[in-house]
Design a binder for this molecule. Structure first.
Ligand SMILES: NC(=O)c1ccc[n+]([C@@H]2O[C@H](COP(=O)([O-])OP(=O)(O)OC[C@H]3O[C@@H](n4cnc5c(N)ncnc54)[C@H](OP(=O)(O)O)[C@@H]3O)[C@@H](O)[C@H]2O)c1
Length: 247
């Protein structure tokens, strides 16, 4: 039985992915900043561990407690929507600490054991925002686009050790906790000078033609983990798939 460690399992895509792999006979280490057992099914194959991907000490403790890991899914992330001019630099750094440096730190933490075993897969969850530039998402897109480049390059050197590295690019899900999981309010990031520009964009955001479901992301992560054909990118959700085909 193989073991997968997933970051950011308290809600949304990470929670669904943990459920998905548990139901398919994987050992799942579901990590959360504030661990909760009650949101996942009871299973001998499931462990919940505390993990904050912005803390080196927390990462070291989680990796030590986890034992051998066959698959790492870097899913934890936070968003920021608003005019770039009005987005405080401390918040931009926080977004990069989680979405970019958190992914890199987790990846460095699992490489040695995977390299020694000459096996393993690392899946980095980015966003469909990397497939086509979206307005009012400059800092967030930058944090995810960095991981797109990082992953493509890393796949070459880790491929030398039979470690696979993949990207899952989810589209927009109106149903996850993503909009609430931010310490800055969108309204505070739209100065008056941007109001006329932002209004039609927020109207369009409110009525998306296509969206992504949590299960779409869990299935794409499953395909990425099991891919033996050397694919790098796995768009997830109808909107992301449409964007990737247009790109
Ligand atoms: N929803 C969308 O529309 C969308 C679209 C494209 C890509 N994505 C990406 O998909 C991933 C999952 O998002 P989601 O929609 O499922 O949002 P979500 O419901 O807010 O889940 C994000 C998870 O990340 C965790 N997290 C945040 N900061 C963390 C940290 N420092 N250390 C560890 N965990 C942390 C959150 O845990 P806490 O409960 O502790 O805050 C939460 O469990 C993210 O990387 C996001 O950027 C989302």
């Amino acid at each position: 039985m193989k073991t997968i460690l997933i970051t950011g399992c308290s809600s949304g895509y990470g929670l669904e992915t943990a459920r998905y792999f548990v139901s398919r006979q994987w050992n799942v280490i579901a990590t959360m900043r504030a661990p909760r057992e009650d949101i996942l099914p009871r299973s001998e194959n499931l462990r919940v561990l505390p993990l904050d991907v912005t803390s080196d000490a927390s990462i070291a403790r989680a990796i030590e407690a986890a034992g051998p890991i066959d698959a790492l899914v870097n899913n934890a992330g936070i968003g920021v929507v608003g005019a770039f001019e009005a987005t405080p630099m401390p918040h931009i750094r926080k977004v990069f600490d989680t979405n970019t440096f958190g992914v890199m730190a987790m990846t460095q933490a699992v490489i040695p054991q995977m390299r020694e075993r000459r096996s393993g897969v690392i899946v980095n969850v980015t966003s469909s925002a990397t497939l086509a530039p979206m307005p009012l998402a400059a800092a967030y897109t930058a944090s995810k686009q960095a991981i797109e480049g990082f992953t493509g390059s890393l796949a070459h050197e880790l491929g030398h050790f039979d470690i696979r590295v993949k990207l899952v690019e989810p589209g927009y899900a109106p149903t996850t906790s993503f909009p609430q999981n931010t310490s800055v309010r969108v309204e505070d990031l739209i100065p008056a000078a941007y109001a006329a520009f932002a209004a039609p964009i927020f109207e369009a955001f409110a009525q998306p033609a296509l969206t992504t479901r949590e299960i779409d992301v869990a299935e794409a992560i499953w395909r990425a983990v099991h891919d033996g054909a050397g694919h790098l990118r796995f768009p997830a959700g109808a909107d992301a798939v449409a964007l990737s085909q247009a790109a």
